[in-house]
Design a protein around this ligand. Structure first.
Ligand code: PEP
Length: 262
């Protein structure tokens, strides 16, 4: 059963670019993609700016009808109330966010997010019509002790507890040791884990949902290595950190098909 999954190139800006910088950046990114005649059927392009940029990004994208998707980098597990500093999925939906990153390794390690919290955030995103970009991945120690798939598979299973598979999901396999290190996984490693994650989606939801769900690779992706990942049958795109802050590089990553003739 061959299902066509549109490749997804997602830029996680992390805590970079303020709201003024975000406007200039998205405008220039749109120009760069348009100048290069990027075909959005070849790859959907999304940016994930800090919360304070989202209103500016929404205004620009909507006013100029730019074909770029956007989302937030996190969401509260709660819908409203006494949760100082948190951002409700309702607020993100009101800004027309389509996606939200959940369970990024920096949230898991620096903010101590547990699998249960990640699961609660996935459910919260769905309550508000947002599509989670759910991050899973093993540390170097996990890799040594358990191999590449065990931890990401366990994280995915935990995150999907009680989740309705019809509400939309993107899974990002991000080995922690590859994030920001310049040392990407090999395409074969990414494929092995992406295939295992798709297996979990088939078990938890259905084969049809598993085939329709995009599984990304993330960790030191750049223009020079993106095509090698996208050649793998179970890798449907990339979550890009550092390289997403360089317009030419990110635009080049989105155009992976053309610049390497893949
Ligand atoms: C990330 O933070 O999600 C990421 C993949 O970062 P980098 O591309 O810089 O490794």
């Amino acid at each position: 059963m061959a299902v066509k999954r549109t490749p997804f190139i997602a830029g996680n800006w992390k805590m970079n670019l303020d709201h003024l910088q975000s406007i200039a950046f998205v405008q220039k990114l749109a120009w760069s993609l348009s100048d290069a005649r990027h075909d959005f059927a070849d790859a959907e392009v999304a940016v994930f700016p800090p919360f304070t940029d989202l209103r500016s990004v929404q205004t620009l994208i909507s006013a100029d009808s730019l074909p770029i998707s956007y989302g937030a980098q996190d969401v509260s597990a709660h819908d409203s109330g006494a949760y100082t500093g948190e951002i409700s999925g309702a607020f993100l939906a009101a800004l027309d966010c389509r996606y939200v990153i959940i369970g990024h390794s920096e949230r898991r390690t620096l903010h101590g997010e547990s699998d249960d919290e990640v699961n609660a955030k996935v459910l919260a995103a769905h309550r508000h019509g947002l599509i989670p970009v759910l991050c899973v991945g093993e540390t170097a120690e996990d890799l040594e002790a358990h191999g590449p798939s065990a931890v990401p598979v366990a994280q995915l299973r935990a995150a999907l507890e009680g989740v309705d598979g019809s509400k939309g999901l993107v899974v990002a396999y991000e080995p922690v040791w590859a994030i920001g290190s310049g040392q990407a996984a090999t395409p074969a490693q990414a494929e092995q884990v992406a295939a295992a994650l798709r297996g979990v989606l088939a078990e938890v939801f259905s084969e049809e949902t598993a085939q329709a769900t995009r599984v990304l690779y993330g960790g030191s992706v750049k223009a020079a290595n993106i095509a090698s990942f996208l050649r793998e049958p179970n890798v449907d795109g990339a979550l890009v950190g550092g390289a997403s802050l360089d317009i030419d590089e990110f635009s080049s990553i989105a155009r992976f098909k053309k610049h390497v003739g893949a």
